[in-house]
Design a protein around this ligand. Structure first.
Ligand code: GDP
Length: 208
């Protein structure tokens, strides 16, 4: 697993508290309850890494996880650039007060615009509820700035295999129609569907 060995670094309430902006990182975003924490845990093969089913409110922070350098056998492994995964605050939970939602919208926006080590966004979308307003906002941002975006259509185990493939095909068609260049795949943290594919996608994005 190319994402094995992830470790909690810190939780940041503002951009300035994030680790030094060097090396490479991939950020994970998604509406609250879409399955972002479960996806992070499945990808890193670390059950307790990101806390699942947390009370909203408490999720309003960015969490940084460090990854060890990729194992390529080179003797200079220790001097390789840092690699991180960033868990962005879940978005769109109705019970979070509006001013707090606005605050985080701005904070995420600032992060996406300013973070130089950011290589790509992984957008977690419940396969049964594709592309709500927040998802569109993120995709549009990626389209505008050229930031690569990879969509995990998660909770695929809730649909039949045929229905899941149809949802993926429909999403790709929509991307093409709207000029969005995101890649997408079917995913399920609980069934393990697409986990290897997503690990490789993230590892590749970190190398760019
Ligand atoms: P987050 O708020 O986006 O971090 O979402 P969580 O990872 O905490 O998951 C929210 C809920 O969805 C929890 O009850 C999870 O058990 C459930 N869940 C997450 N991923 C999957 C999945 O792939 N399949 C199914 N059936 N449930 C999932």
């Amino acid at each position: 697993n190319p994402l094995q060995g992830a470790q909690f670094m810190l939780a940041a309430h503002r951009l300035s508290q994030l680790p030094a902006d060097e090396g490479a990182e991939v950020a994970f975003a998604g509406r609250s309850n879409a399955g972002k924490s479960s996806a992070l845990n499945a990808l890193t093969n670390h059950k307790g890494l990101a806390r699942t089913s947390k009370t909203p409110g408490r999720t309003q922070q960015m969490v940084a996880f460090s990854l060890p350098p990729p194992r390529d056998g080179s003797p200079e492994q220790a001097s390789q650039p840092a690699r991180r995964l960033i868990d962005l605050p879940g978005y769109g939970y109705a019970k979070v007060p509006l001013d707090m939602r606005e605050h985080w919208k701005q904070e995420i926006d600032a992060y996406l615009h300013r973070r130089r080590s950011l290589r790509a966004l992984v957008l977690i979308v419940d396969i049964r509820h594709p592309l709500k307003e927040f998802d569109r906002l993120m995709l549009q941002f990626c389209a505008d700035t050229g930031l690569p975006c990879h969509v995990l259509l998660t909770k695929a185990d809730k649909l039949s295999r045929g229905a899941a493939s149809q949802a993926l095909a429909a999403l790709r068609k929509q991307f093409a129609a709207e000029g969005l260049h995101a890649s997408a795949q079917v995913f399920s943290s609980s069934a393990g569907t697409g986990v290897d594919e997503a690990r490789n996608a993230v590892a590749n994005l970190l190398q760019q």
